[in-house]
Design a protein around this ligand. Structure first.
Ligand SMILES: Nc1nc2c(ncn2[C@@H]2O[C@H](COP(=O)(O)OP(=O)(O)O)[C@@H](O)[C@H]2O)c(=O)[nH]1
Ligand SMILES: [Mg+2]
Length: 411
């Protein structure tokens, strides 16, 4: 008898629970698309609710939370009713007009010379000494090394200067300035191709695809900022841009990129938090191609926690994108203030992907501009862009002459 009552009670409870699930189930449908599979098994749930915190460097994001390429298509319904579109209907977002890009480095050179002046001034002061003895040359060497020029290039420069100063005999400050300018320019290099390749390669004529740029680098170096600034540069040049938020490690990263995009009217393709970066990158290129965009810029996560993790992820992003066509430019973003550490990072990234250009950020906050020379030597890849501040238009094409002029110009 008691057993019968017990069975009846359990049955009633079960019925109530099931009907409750059905009702709320409908309401939760949208939410469930964001966390696929949470209802299929409760035993696995705890691993899925572990979400990465900002700045956390896990070796591998929780696999369970990842989506496949097909699944990424799902959130479209949510996107349709996203506040951004609703906003657009009520008040068109204000689209900014970025500053022209020509001659930016010259306009921003004050930022550069304020921090770099010590290098040029220091060298000129030393070279103006009446007697250039061994000790002075050592000081010249130290000055260059302190500015992160690197051992090899420093020795070359000192050798050249010694030779030319000897030939010069008497030295006027102007002569010295000219000489130093020439020699520094040789080190920086004037014949490298510093164009950021945002145009699709020749093969694209048949396929009609956008140019694809991949932005890589360690967290905090300025990747997202640079991607945003670059989008502005391209928009200012009359191009249509689609952004890919392949840093899926934290939602804030995609938001940050989207904010940059919205400001210039560029669309941002994003995926679920902790989703597969490669599928977001794939989607961005796909959507960019369908929309007939000129350029797709892909921002990535830079967790340099383990080299293998990075290799797997970044290598995969590139490979997956390449299923639709080549990547036209791989920009490595380096924080100029990190000095030698930046060079170590550069080396690791170069092993993972073929870097085609370097972006040196935060040159406004360091006197170690010599890193331009060192990193080019290290990777055999030119510095193409420099970041000179946090402002939206503080990204400049790297021009060797303007850079060296800023180093040696009279204060
Ligand atoms: N002063 C200065 N700050 C920069 C520059 N580029 C980026 N930043 C700042 O560096 C911080 C990290 O940038 P972010 O783009 O989020 O780095 P990410 O983690 O590589 O994507 C932000 O506070 C940026 O404003 C630059 O050229 N100069
Ligand atoms: Mg970022």
């Amino acid at each position: 008898m008691e057993i019968v009552i017990l069975v009846v009670v359990i049955a009633v409870i079960a019925l109530v629970a099931i009907s409750g699930l059905v009702v709320t189930g409908r309401r939760k449908k949208a939410a469930e698309t964001q966390q696929p599979g949470t209802s299929e098994s409760t035993t696995e749930a705890p691993t899925r609710t572990v979400e990465p915190k900002v700045g956390e460097e896990t070796e591998a994001p929780p696999e369970g939370a990842r989506r496949t390429i097909e699944e990424v298509g799902l959130p479209e319904a949510e996107e349709a009713e996203a506040p951004a579109t609703a906003e657009a209907a009520t008040a068109a977002p204000e689209i900014e007009t970025p500053a022209p890009t020509a001659g930016r480095l010259v306009r921003l050179r004050d930022r550069l010379s304020r921090s770099q002046n010590s290098l040029g001034k220091g060298l000129l002061t030393l070279l103006s000494r009446e007697h250039l003895d061994e000790e002075t040359w050592e000081e010249v060497e130290d000055t260059l090394l302190t500015a992160d020029v690197g051992v090899g290039p420093t020795q070359e420069l000192v050798e050249q200067l010694r030779e030319r100063v000897k030939v010069l005999g008497t030295r006027t400050p102007d002569e010295l300035r000219g000489l130093l300018r020439e020699e520094l320019l040789k080190l920086v290099g004037t014949d490298l191709d510093r164009t950021v390749h945002t145009e699709p390669g020749a093969e694209a004529a048949a396929v009609d695809r956008p140019g694809v740029v991949l932005v890589v680098g360690v967290n905090g170096t300025g990747k997202t900022t640079t991607t945003g600034k670059l989008a502005r540069v391209l928009v200012a040049d009359g191009k249509s841009v689609v952004l890919g938020a392949a840093d899926t490690f934290r939602a804030a990263a995609a938001d940050q990129l989207e904010t940059w995009g919205t400001r210039v009217g560029a669309r941002t393709v994003r995926g679920p938090e902790a989703g597969d970066p490669a599928s977001v990158a794939f989607d961005a290129v796909k959507q960019g191609t369908e929309a007939g965009a000129d350029v797709v810029l892909i921002d990535t996560a830079g967790r340099l926690h383990t080299k293998t993790g990075l290799m797997d992820e970044l290598g995969k992003v590139k490979r997956v994108v390449e299923k639709q066509g080549p990547v036209d430019e791989v920009l490595l973003v380096l924080d100029a203030t990190t000095g030698q550490n930046g060079l170590v990072q550069a080396r690791v990234f170069a092993e993972v992907v073929d870097i085609t250009g370097i972006v040196l950020t935060k040159l406004d906050g360091t006197a170690k501009g010599g890193i331009v020379v060192a990193v080019q030597r290290e990777l055999g890849v030119p510095v193409k862009l420099v970041g000179l501040g946090e402002g939206a238009d503080d990204l400049a094409p790297f021009e060797p002459e303007a850079f060296v002029d800023a180093l040696v110009r009279e204060a």
